[in-house]
Write a protein that binds this ligand. Structure first.
Ligand code: HEM
Length: 443
């Protein structure tokens, strides 16, 4: 039986916070191994890296999620006992609810709401001395997400709600005030969503059938019961809050355009969907999710390594996206690499891997890609702007991270151009994607 490499540190909890994103990647390189063991919060944890290990991790017969997500992440990022922590039929049923919101017509509606907001903000920015793109993108995404979900949002609430959505995400990797801010934001957000669920159920808030608010409010769980109001509030937040989180990727996309202006011309070629490979490279190159966790369902052995029942297992998301076996020169920003990519569900996992319906892969991946492509078209053609001297450094020891300035634009002029109309939906057809439950390919 091969011996598993063990990190010599007695407990790595503080090292994870100190080293941030590259913590697992550094060790997989140091041990030259896709599998090694650490201790986290006093308990052993098996760490996995790379596509083959990701395939193992996303086998739902081998792992469960109940007990895998630390309380501090549940009380900020995702909500306590939400879909991310569910298994088996209970998870599948809840995931069907989320995937029902991701069909072509629903996505098209969101993209068209977003297009209108970018346009409106472009004119507003013309009057401002400077614009912090990250903050403005959060507001744009918040307005569109609420309108799409049919969650009422008063004008004077916009910046507060957008900030709260952002703080829930920002709180997951923080300690002290940052974590506390995330918890406060979540508790305000859940209270808000509880009032909406109650109003819908009492018939006081009319919402369209099929809209996210209606779907979540009237969804019946695997046991045939309506979700309790608190759980429905959490899941309605899970359908809206991550849309606002796309602001992080949009800010990184702006940074990529700034650092690699040569791509601007390629993105303008109507004969080539260059935006697709560009945003995929943004999702690969820039850090967002560091790792994901699961618990071993029953004892099993993989390549001779033992996985005892109940052990925590961490999959290195950040490092798998820069695994040299699949991504040569991983520290080079090079969108063309995606021209050859085989659409493998395990080697590129910025939003999780494996299958959508039977696994925990991100329900909103296709929304994310489409919203990013639209934002890149807007930044490239919908406005002209200057990028003044500012601190664009993003700190890999901070999770989540962002260019320190939030990406400041000055002298913004709206061009009236840019691919701001809703993007055409990709054609149906890929059998592989359909088999994986990809919402792009559901007719
Ligand atoms: C900002 C971009 C986003 C990132 C980086 C991201 C990342 C992730 C990751 C890493 C997971 C967990 C995968 C796993 O546990 O194995 C996840 C799950 C999830 N995401 Fe996203 N996500 C994003 C956007 C979205 C959007 C736009 C939505 C919906 C509108 C969404 C809804 C969900 C849901 C519901 C889950 C739970 C899936 C499950 O447990 O089955 N996400 N996301």
């Amino acid at each position: 039986m091969p011996k598993i490499f063990r990190d010599p540190s007695f407990d790595s909890t503080l090292d994870v916070l100190r080293e941030g994103y590259p913590f697992l990647y550094n060790r997989s390189q140091r041990f030259d191994s896709d599998i090694f063991q650490i201790r986290l919060m006093g308990l052993p944890a098996i760490c996995l890296h790379g596509a083959e290990a990701a395939e193992l991790f996303y086998n739902p017969k081998l792992f469960i999620r109940k007990g895998a997500v630390p309380r501090r992440v549940q009380t900020t990022l995702m909500g306590v006992d939400a879909i991310q922590t569910r298994d088996n039929g209970e998870h599948r049923c809840r995931k069907e609810m989320f995937m029902a919101l991701m069909g072509p017509a629903s996505r098209e509606r969101l993209m068209s709401l977003l297009a209108g907001e970018w346009q409106r903000y472009a004119h507003r920015w013309e009057q401002l001395d400077k614009v912090v793109l990250f903050r403005e993108a959060q507001e744009i995404l918040c307005r569109a997400a609420c309108a799409w979900a049919e969650v009422p949002l008063a004008e004077d609430e916009v910046s507060k709600r957008a900030r709260d959505f952002g703080d829930m995400v920002d709180g997951f990797g923080g300690v002290g005030p940052r974590h506390w801010r995330g918890k406060q934001a979540r508790s305000r957000g859940e209270k808000w969503m509880r009032s909406i669920i109650r109003a819908i159920r009492k018939g006081k808030l009319p919402v369209r059938e099929g809209s996210p608010a209606h779907t979540v409010a009237w969804y019946r769980d695997a046991d045939g019961e309506l979700l309790d109001v608190q759980m429905a509030a959490i899941e309605l937040l899970n359908a809206t809050r991550p849309i606002v989180a796309i602001a992080t990727y949009i800010t990184f996309a702006a940074l990529a355009l700034h650092e690699h202006p040569a791509y601007r011309q390629l993105l303008r070629n109507p004969a080539d969907d260059y935006a697709e490979v560009f945003v995929q490279e943004v999702r690969r190159y820039f850090p967002f999710t560091p790792f994901v966790g699961a618990i071993v369902r029953e004892d099993f052995t993989w390549h001779g390594f033992q996985f005892p029942k109940g052990t925590m297992v961490l999959l290195d998301v950040y490092g798998t996206n820069r695994d040299e076996r699949q991504w040569p020169d991983p520290e080079v920003f090079w969108p063309e690499r995606f021209r050859q990519w085989q659409d493998n569900p395990y080697d590129f996992i910025p939003q999780g891997g494996g299958e959508y319906l039977t696994g925990h892969r991100c329900a909103g991946e296709w929304i994310t890609i489409e919203a990013m492509k639209q934002a890149v078209a807007f930044l490239n053609d919908g406005i002209r702007y200057d990028v003044p001297a500012q601190d664009l450094y993003y700190d890999l020891t901070r999770m989540p991270t962002l260019p320190a300035s939030g990406f400041v634009l000055t002298n913004v002029r709206a061009t009236g151009k840019g691919a701001l109309a809703a993007l055409p939906m990709p054609a149906a057809g890929s059998e592989k994607a359909a088999a994986m439950g990809c919402p792009f390919h559901k007719g």
